[in-house]
Write a protein that binds this ligand. Structure first.
Ligand SMILES: Cc1ncc(COP(=O)(O)O)c(C=O)c1O
Length: 429
């Protein structure tokens, strides 16, 4: 319950007047700041400068002796699959290296499932009538956009600190129309939650009405730590196999936020049957991936230690920005009880629950201060946040000073919106 909610109408009006004065002063600074998308900053991209001159020395051969400049090598270089095997939690033989975007691989998997079906399908998904995906919410807007694009019904399920509400998930998967579920299991977008072992076990073991049900396991932030605590995620492939559902997970990841966003490497990993299915489809679409990019990645990152050192360099740039957001929220709102926010230990986002019914107003107020935020509702299927309270903050791209200023302005906007709401409800009491 809000501490502000206990105030008299007069106290609320007084506080609102003060907050509005702060707001007017802030507004007069004429700022222009953007906290919308989780893009790496220029300084993060600079960390990869050395990669852009590789492979170098006119040495274009992979460990197996193949000339990477030529066609072929559909599954990707063995040395890259080996290096990223621990990132996607799958044996190297079950990893495929794609092009630059894991979202593109997810898109292809959905299209191929619709047109051809997946291992275990009785019929392609497009001929199965109405189909649906479970969508933990708040979640990643581009996952939901894929469902919308292909007419897949979305079933929102609440996210908790341990992952999705599993009782709700298990109740929904009994329906054969439910063909899939979106999961960002580690440092989830946007709450930063890491799925607990118990949740991963239940996802692996649950009964599904559809024999060809798939977990779309988007492990986008597997090595993107912000603290020394590095929680391990339970092994979804192994647990699904143990539970008798080896084909259940499709695993996705990429180096978009490791090396270069837009010019990195994307990965698909799954059971041997799923990998055969995937390669058969992808082999029709391309004669082979961009292997010089794979070679320069391996020459730049080298090995697991090299990758860990590189991620530490990202952390040194990112962690102070996350701290700045949390400090601003704590300072302005910490003891008021009108908002809650996540304290992620990795990933790219902080999720704030403002007072119910105020998120859209907060975005509008922040815009008035020159601060762009992800549209309210974007983290919910169909853009509809039933409580109008979730805000997604993305502090990676602006400079540290800009993040400090923007976060203060956002906290102030959350306060003004809450006081307006409380003032309005006091008037109607
Ligand atoms: C959960 C999640 N998956 C996928 C992506 C995009 O990945 P890629 O650049 O590999 O397409 C993002 C980008 O923000 C993301 O947050």
């Amino acid at each position: 319950m809000s501490i502000l909610a206990d105030l008299t109408a007069r106290d609320v009006a007084e506080r609102l007047q003060l907050a509005r004065a702060d707001y007017a002063a802030f507004r007069s600074r004429g700022l222009k700041l953007d906290m919308t998308r989780g893009k790496p900053s220029p300084e993060q991209l600079d960390l990869c400068d050395g990669m852009l001159t590789l492979p170098g020395n006119r040495d274009y051969h992979s460990d197996s002796g193949d000339d990477v400049r030529n066609y072929g090598g559909l599954q990707g270089l063995a040395e890259i699959r080996q290096l990223f095997s621990s990132v996607v939690d799958a044996p190297a033989e079950q990893v495929v290296v794609g092009e630059n975007s894991s979202l593109a691989i997810m898109h292809d998997c959905i299209v191929w499932a619709l047109l051809k079906g997946v291992p275990g399908s009785v019929t392609p998904w497009s001929r199965a009538g109405d189909i649906a995906f479970i969508c933990p919410a708040p979640g990643y807007d581009r996952h939901f956009a894929l469902c919308e694009e292909f007419g897949i019904r979305m079933l929102p399920v609440a996210m908790t600190d341990d992952g999705p509400d599993m009782a709700a998930v298990e109740a929904l998967t009994a329906d054969p129309a439910v063909k899939g579920m979106w999961c960002v299991p580690k440092y989830s977008n946007p709450t930063g939650a890491v799925y607990s072992d118990a949740v991963v076990r239940r996802l692996a073991a649950m009964r599904t009405g559809a024999p060809d049900f798939r977990l779309f396991w988007d492990n986008a932030y597997s090595v993107h730590h912000l603290t020394d605590r590095r929680p391990a995620l339970a092994d979804i492939l192994e647990l699904c196999a143990e539970a008798g559902h080896p084909d259940r997970p499709f695993i996705f990841a990429s180096t978009s936020k490791i090396t270069l966003a837009g010019s990195g490497l994307a990965f698909f990993a799954a059971s041997p049957d799923n990998v055969r299915w995937y390669l058969a489809r992808v082999g029709k679409r391309t004669i082979g991936p961009d292997k010089p990019n794979q070679l320069r990645h391996i020459r730049f990152l080298r090995d697991a230690e090299g990758l860990a050192r590189h991620m530490d360099a990202h952390r040194r740039l990112l962690a102070p920005k996350f701290d700045a957001v949390l400090a601003a929220l704590d300072t302005r709102l910490g003891d008021l009880g009108i908002a809650r926010w996540s304290r992620p230990e990795g990933g790219y986002f902080i999720s704030v629950d403002a007072m119910d019914g105020t998120a859209r107003r907060v975005v509008e107020l922040a815009e008035g201060l020159g601060i762009r935020l992800t549209p309210a509702g974007a983290t919910w299927p169909g853009g509809k946040d039933p409580s109008d309270r979730t805000l997604r903050l993305a502090p990676s791209f602006p400079s540290l000073n800009e993040v400090r200023t923007a976060s203060d302005g956002i906290a102030l906007s959350i306060l003004v919106a809450a006081l307006e709401k409380l003032g309005a409800s006091a008037e109607t009491r």
